[in-house]
Design a protein around this ligand. Structure first.
Ligand code: AHM
Ligand code: MG
Length: 353
């Protein structure tokens, strides 16, 4: 019996048809991103062979230099954007400045109206250990009316995103995206080379029992932050504690697991990294858009991530993202009264079950 399935492209088109003024350009752009990620997925799967077939930096059998996988992923996405002709600027975690598309790459009939931000290969330090890594992307509409895109076009607040998503290269390759009408996940079927709908309208549980954080940084955190994690580790059946810790050090992989089962991912500021480690435009904003669409919450501990006015493309931000009640609780611990008094926080927290 042949089962009914939905391809990513069909899903994207069906979604866009619901918007009367849609031109189809966003659908095409999303499809171009998916295509680039299929190519990256192939290379990621071959990564373990690099040591056998030739080290990065050496020449391959055709006499070409073997590229680092993150550089390669960056180039594939950039190249696809030029071919596709739907973006007027591309911003990458791997590039210092934004790349405005030359007008020769503009689509013939319609003005290229989108700006794409991406982290081409997040968690790349995990490649050699066969741990899941991923691509994260974020799409905005340009503000300027025509011509070459400006920095202002590229530095918009996260709530203005029109679509965002990520691809995890793990035990299978999964693409998750939102265009503002729910979050949907697709698994790559390598035999047909298509992403097929596997998770429709994903919702994160409101409260979880899992936290994801690099706890090795404990001594560098603020008192409020330390108190929060200590609280999660205490025994208290009624509030579902102690929590379980899960952290692989690939944001996309940690985020994806928490989206499916519930959890809170945290990369706070510490006394070395005053603004945390993660990038607002390439990591925090797209995942925050997704988590809000899935019914979760995201903040820098004080302010909603999607409201932050970016000052630069590579700006960093502390990130608290995941199940709503867990993020709210973290914010409470960080709030001034709690961190100032510091000690008996338990009494000050009214935990909603
Ligand atoms: P990257 O974009 O250079 O790969 O760095 C971001 C990664 C995230 O994927 C991950 O959550 C974090 O860095 C891990 O950092 P740490 O090793 O400090 O725990
Ligand atoms: Mg990254």
């Amino acid at each position: 019996m042949v089962r009914k399935f939905t391809t990513l492209y069909r899903h994207i088109i069906d979604e866009e048809r619901k918007i009367p003024e849609a031109t189809g350009q966003l659908s095409d752009l999303l499809y171009d991103i998916a295509l680039a990620c299929k190519v990256i997925s192939l290379e990621v799967n071959r990564a373990g062979l690099i040591d056998i077939l030739g080290l990065t930096g050496e020449e391959n059998v055709q006499g070409e230099a073997v590229k680092k996988l993150d550089d390669y992923s960056n180039e594939i996405l950039m190249h696809m954007m030029k071919l596709g002709g739907h973006t007027c600027a591309v911003c990458s975690e791997e590039e210092e400045n934004y790349i405005p598309m030359e007008e020769k790459y503009f689509h013939q009939e319609v003005l290229n109206k989108y700006i794409l931000h991406f982290d081409p290969l997040d968690g790349s330090s995990n490649i050699d250990a066969n741990i899941s890594i991923g691509t994260i992307f974020s799409i905005y509409k340009r503000i300027s009316k025509n011509g070459i895109a400006t920095l202002e076009d590229c530095l918009q607040q996260g709530y203005r995103q029109v679509a965002a998503g990520y691809v995890v290269y793990g035990s299978s390759t999964i693409m998750v995206y939102t265009a503002g009408r729910g979050v949907h996940g697709f698994t790559l079927d390598p035999s047909v080379g298509e992403f097929l709908l596997s998770y429709e309208n994903m919702k994160i549980p409101k409260k979880s029992s899992t936290y994801s954080i690099n706890e090795g940084n404990y001594s560098k955190w603020s008192k409020g932050m330390q108190n929060y994690i200590s609280y999660l580790k205490e025994k208290d059946k009624d509030s579902g504690r102690p929590y379980t810790a899960r952290y692989v050090g690939s944001l996309v992989a940690d985020f994806h697991r928490n989206l499916l089962y519930g959890g809170v991912f945290i990369y706070p500021e510490d006394d070395k990294n005053k603004n945390g480690k993660l990038r607002l435009m390439y990591e925090a904003n797209p995942l925050s858009y997704i988590i809000e669409q899935a019914g979760g919450r995201s903040s820098n501990g004080k302010e909603r991530i999607l409201d932050i006015k970016p000052g630069s493309l590579h700006q960093r931000t502390p990130l608290f993202i995941g199940s709503e009640e867990d993020v709210l609780l973290a914010e409470k611990f960080l709030s001034e009264e709690v961190s100032k008094n510091g000690v008996d926080v338990k009494k000050q927290i009214e935990y909603k079950k």
